[in-house]
Each structure stands twice: as C-alpha cells, then as structure tokens.
Design a protein. Sequence first.
Length: 353
Amino acid sequence: MVRPGLRRLLILAVAAATAAALTACGDGAASGGAAGGGAGGAGKTIRVAYQAFPSGDLIVKNKHWLEDALPDYRITWTKFDSGASINTAFVARSVDIAAIGSSPVARGLSAPLNIPYQVAFVLDVAGDNEALVARDGSGISSIADLRGKKVASPFASTSHYSLLAALDRAKIPESDLTIVDLEPQDILAAWTRGDIDAAYVWLPALDTLKKNGKVLISSRELATAGKPTLDLGVVSTAFVAAHPDAVDAWRKVEAKALTLIASDRDAAATAVGAELNISPADAGNQLSQGVFLPPAALAGPEWLGTPGKVGGLAQNLVSAAEFLKRQQKIDAVPDLATVRKAIYNKGLPSALS
C-alpha cells in the first residue's frame, strides 16, 4: 500500500501533468477564470467535463441548452473516460462542472484527495447499464469462477466499486484474481484480443461485450443488495460561490433533459445517439437500461433533499467511502456532517423547474 505522504506527492504530480496536458490540447478544459475553479478573473467561462454514457447530460450537450440558457458565458465541453480522471482534473482546477459516478465522488470527498466540490444533481441510478460480463470461452459461468482469471474495470469508477462489491458479496478475496485498470475503449480492445476473461464496465462498451459474453451480475442487482451506484453532477465549490445563478441554469437544463427522457424517448434517443455515434434505436435501448429519476424526486429525502434537510445521498456516499476504506482504496472516511456540506441543494425544489 502506498504511504499517504507519497500518495499525496503522486497525486499532485499527476494533477500538474494533467493540467498541463489539458491546456496543451487546446480543448478549452483549462481556459478562462481564476485558479479557484474558474470563478472570476478572465471572463465568464464554464468548463464542463462529460462522459460518453447515455444520460441527460449528453442531451444537454447535443441540444446546446446550456449555451442557450447562459449566452453571456463561454461553455467548453471536454470528454473524460472515467471519474478518476475527472477527479484529477478537479484537483488541477481544470473543470467547473462534471458528470461523475458516486464512487469517484466518495473518493474525492475522502482523504487524501479532499476535493472541494459539491453534488448538485443526480443524473441517473445505475441499473442494467453497468454490469460484469464474462467472455465466451473463458470458462466463467458464475462470480465464483473468477478465481485465477483476469478481470478489467476502470479503477476508481462506479464499475470498479461494483466489481469489488460483487466479489465481497461472493466472499472472494480480491487477491484470488487479477484486476486490471483499463478504460472502456481499452477494455474493448483487450476483450477482442482475448487478453482479459471478464470486465465490469458501462454502456456503450457494455453492449459490445454482451455480444459474445455472459452477464454475471448488474449494478441493478447490487443496488438491491445494498450497494447502489449513481451518476452525479458535481460543481466546484469555488464556482458555486461565484456563479450560483449559472449553477441554477445548469440544474434546470439537466432537469429538462430528464423530463425529455421520460416524455419523449425518441427525441432523447436521437440526441444521445448523435453524441455516441450510434443509431437512435440503439441509444433508446441503452437509455432503457438506466434508471432516470423525475426531476422533482431529486429534492426528496432519498436524494439531495432541501436546504436545511439534506437527503439520503449523503449517507450513500459515506457508506461508499466506508466500503472503499475496508477495501484499502482510501485513507480515511469523511464524517456524515462533512459530506452533507458537500450536497448542494440550495433553491430546491424550485431550481429544478
């Protein structure tokens, strides 16, 4: 296990390198704003980190709803492959708003990262859109058969968290198999070559694996067993403080996207398909595998709650951190009061409509 002091140095080094790389790429991820999360200074810029999984966030991007709602802001969208890289970008102060899984957020709010960001939206609850799949011909027909096998998942992601939860549930030590850290596109390549026996990953890569693989367990089943995972919208604390009206505008368009998914699945699928470079039919099928909450539910007691009455999402994140600590993936678990402060529910429920 890496010593905490060394780990902090490694994190800072990686963060610095990532910040430099993002700036060099010219994709806008590190442009605009002061060094406190993009607030103030060099103009009004919002740096949005997104991931290529079927969600309302892709609808907002495709339809330019955020740009329409905030014409005085320069909006930049940067694609990330996993929550771990988004956390690194937050440490480097290179993003303001992001779509990121609940497990990476639990890590981000824990030592040694202690990232100053707040959860302001729930994009979806993981269902069948994340799953553990065994490759045909691997000799794996159950989780118990993973012993001695090579399994891939993006480390520090919701899928990695769910893989560890599935192993824990089956009472299989992590040391009984080889777990490799691969991003979704790298998983597809390794799967094709036969380099891995199984993988826990999300859509759209998941659909490709299913074509010649068997689903062993999905995140929907793990949620029922007490290990739910979610995709969340987080905002840097500095940006919330400097641009609360912009945060409200972002929440409103994300809520509008959830409403579209519920009321006009064809229109939602067309937008998501365009962003994922797949057909509307395939996008619609992928959307059907996730659990999308009605916007009004986000202000309920199970999720974000309302000002002065933080919802159960805070305890969900603490529970995730406790599990990660038992798995020796983080140094310490933040207390519930600290996590509650990281839930941004100001203005709810009116800010969602």
